[in-house]
Design a protein around this ligand. Structure first.
Ligand code: DC
Length: 215
């Protein structure tokens, strides 16, 4: 069973994906990590962010073991990720990696922005997770300030809007809900309540697909 989870930044999709992966015993890929690692590697190498070929080469030669989680979670890494993610050659370089992961014998849970539309249009279950920009910015701001980053909530809201805009308006694989996805709004939900709702949605989709291979 392939579960595709897309949605906006800090909507809760990462936590939801990890919990579903545990619940159904499926491997999980956080595809944003690929773009973050590409962005960080490009910065480290001093690559020209206006040179698509150089950035695609960085993506092709990526070794995910090189990157500590904390390094990939900074606001700077997120900005760099959003920039490289807008480049078609970078997306092409990362596509096969994601598809190969999804098509393991048991299936997989993948979360990102274009899993249901581009990476796995054939996914058994597609979810779109969203929340208001203020709620998402507050969540991400708390996470970052707890880690010692200093930025105001207003700056966080502005950054989030800028990234949403870039992710939504890029030409290649823009961030958009697949037509056949189930929409979950987490604005007023705790993470546990959101996971319960998502699990119910997954069960409903599975129940409607008797031919599916099941969890
Ligand atoms: O989910 P995240 O914040 O870790 O993602 C980092 C950036 O990568 C974000 O700006 C969107 C981009 N991304 C993407 O374009 N496609 C994906 N499948 C996953 C992430």
């Amino acid at each position: 069973m392939i579960i595709a989870i897309d949605g906006t930044l800090a909507s809760g999709k990462g936590t939801i994906a990890r919990r579903l992966s545990r619940w159904y015993g499926l491997p999980h890929m956080d595809t944003g990590r690929l773009y973050r690692a590409t962005g960080v590697a490009a910065m480290n190498k001093g690559a020209d962010f206006d040179d698509p070929d150089a950035l695609a080469e960085v993506a092709r030669s990526l070794d995910l073991n090189d990157y500590e989680e904390a390094l990939l979670r900074t606001a700077e890494a997120g900005q760099a990720a959003s920039k490289v993610a807008a480049i078609p050659a970078v997306r092409a370089a990362l596509l096969e990696l994601q598809r190969a992961f999804a098509h393991q014998p048991k299936g997989a849970v993948l979360d990102g922005r274009d899993i249901g539309t581009v990476v796995c249009p054939d996914a058994d279950v597609k979810l779109w997770i969203d929340a208001s920009v203020e709620r998402r910015a507050t969540r991400r701001w708390k996470e970052l300030t707890e880690k010692g980053e200093t930025l105001s909530l207003e700056d966080m809201i502005a950054q989030l809007k800028e990234r949403d805009e870039r992710d939504r308006n890029r030409q290649d694989a823009p961030m958009i809900a697949a037509a056949d996805s189930v929409l979950i709004d987490t604005t007023h939900l705790t993470i546990d309540a959101a996971v319960d709702k998502v699990r119910a949605a997954v069960e409903a989709v599975i129940a409607q697909k008797p031919e599916s291979s099941g969890p």
